[in-house]
Design a protein around this ligand. Structure first.
Ligand SMILES: [Cu+2]
Length: 99
């Protein structure tokens, strides 16, 4: 049974290592509700809290958020929920179409 558990451990380690090779995806979200230069900080923090988000850049001037994420860990819906829950409803502006 020792050999078997070693195999299980190896398989689990391979699964953990796998997401590193996943494709990241970048989308732009329209965030029209940002009213002052501090709003983007709240939006960015909310997006960065979503597991799988690698980078979030939020522009107050352009009222948009550019988010790079691992699409095996999260999706656009989760990003939209995150900004909405932070008080800033958003919509998908550009990026590859939803699957
Ligand atoms: Cu503000």
């Amino acid at each position: 049974m020792r050999v078997l558990s070693a195999l299980v451990v190896a398989a689990a380690a391979a699964l953990v290592a796998l997401p590193a090779a996943a494709a990241s995806r970048t989308v732009t979200l329209d965030v029209p509700g940002m009213a002052c230069p501090l709003c983007p900080i709240t939006v960015r923090k909310a997006l960065e809290k979503v597991p799988g988000v690698e980078k979030a850049e939020v522009s107050f001037e352009r009222k948009e958020a550019i988010v790079t994420f691992d699409d095996t860990k999260t999706d656009v819906g989760a990003l939209l929920d995150a900004t909405k829950n932070a008080g800033y409803p958003s919509s998908l502006k550009s990026g590859p179409p939803k699957q």
